[in-house]
Write a protein that binds this ligand. Structure first.
Ligand SMILES: [Zn+2]
Length: 371
């Protein structure tokens, strides 16, 4: 696989939503989904004189990752990971980073805790999930939690003749992701043999309109593509393991079991390791992935996905850990999954997982460290 690093500079607020919520609002994701880029590149390819849809857009020879916000720093920006769902904080005085200091009580990473030790040690308070946001490791002096800015824009122009809004036959609003001036980064992977490799290589820099409400001026981005020698995200975490291992979802993941039923936890069977490991702890959330096919003017088939940030831990079965061959088999399998992804719709950015992250701990100055 050839890996291209991509950055998208945001020039106007944008809405990345699939369907309108029952409360007549389009809620946006706080990142640029790979599926949005996938659609935009099909469009670019078509404009460049190619056929309607090249087959490599529909298999996994060409993959678009999600693009997450780069947190700006004084001298450099910081890459983020979606906050693990196992991060919890004090219910009465929650973690709240401000100006490089944590004003609340600490965070705990429950993936690494024993189940009956689920209270904040200093105040003995109950815990609540941190919920959403991104974690970055600033190294020194800065807290590592970031939540992208959002705003809401009302659309309530009434059509005089019908007394409805002009298009939607009702009042509605867009929630917008507003990191104007900010940079989102991700990557494109292309199989070396794919005819689309040259197409990707030639793009280099391009203005794009992405997401909803583009006719109202939303979703302006500048795309930059840079060829690299490989993915720097693959080795984000340690690769070694002892008698336990863990999995972290860097993007949403869609997996099915042997009976084609959607799963909301990633079981040892899904990893192909049921002989070697058993599940210990799970922090996951399932949700429905909805979509709309603009070309066919029909909703897409829904999938059930596991939310990004979900994480799981496993125990290595006793027999397996003692045998060198068993350990080697597990290590190879983990490496294969990290490199190739897990589950369905890999070309749209789903299925990116990492193994064996460290525990997130708060340093004495409020910095989050991976230990
Ligand atoms: Zn507390």
């Amino acid at each position: 696989m050839k890996v291209f690093k991509i950055t998208l500079t945001q020039h106007s607020p944008a809405c990345f939503a699939s369907t309108r919520h029952s409360q007549n609002i389009y809620y946006t994701h706080d990142y640029i989904p790979g599926s949005v880029l996938w659609g935009a590149f099909i469009n670019l390819f078509h404009q460049s004189g190619g056929p309607d849809i090249h087959p490599d857009f529909l298999n996994d020879n060409l993959r678009f990752s999600n693009c997450y916000i780069d947190v700006p720093g004084k001298s450099k920006s910081f890459a983020v990971i979606p906050a693990p769902l196992s991060l919890y904080t004090c219910k009465t005085n929650p973690y709240s980073p401000r100006d490089g200091k944590n004003m609340g009580h600490e965070l705990v990473d429950l993936l690494f805790r024993h189940r009956d030790n689920c209270r904040i040690e200093t105040c003995n308070s109950a815990l609540r999930p941190l919920n959403t946001g991104y974690i970055y490791d600033a190294g020194s002096g800065k807290p590592g939690l970031y939540r992208p800015n959002k705003m809401v824009e009302m659309h309530n122009r009434i059509d005089k003749a019908t007394q409805n809004t002009r298009q939607e036959h009702g009042l509605f609003a867009y929630e917008l992701l507003d990191e104007t001036g900010g940079i989102f980064s991700g990557e494109i992977q292309v199989m070396e043999t794919s005819p689309l490799l040259e197409f990707i290589r030639d793009i280099k820099c391009r203005d794009l309109e992405l997401g909803k409400a583009r006719t109202s001026g939303c979703g302006h981005f500048t795309l930059n593509i840079e060829e690299t020698n490989g993915s720097d995200r693959v080795c984000f975490f340690r690769t070694g393991f002892q008698d336990t291992l863990n999995l972290y979802c860097f993007s949403d993941v869609i997996v099915m079991d042997g009976f084609n039923r959607y799963q909301t936890v990633i079981t040892p069977g899904i990893l192909g390791l049921e002989q070697y490991i058993e599940m210990d702890n799970a922090f996951s959330r399932g949700f429905r992935v909805e979509g709309y096919n603009a070309k066919h003017n029909k909703p897409k088939i829904n999938d059930i996905a596991i939310l990004k940030g979900s994480c799981f831990s496993y125990r290595v079965k006793e027999g397996a850990v003692k045998e060198e061959a068993g350990r080697e088999f597990i290590a190879q399998r983990l490496k294969h999954i990290e490199m190739n992804g897990l589950g369905l719709r890999l070309n749209e950015g789903f299925g990116r997982v990492r193994f064996n992250r460290g525990e997130f701990k708060e340093d004495h100055d409020g910095t989050l460290l991976e230990k």
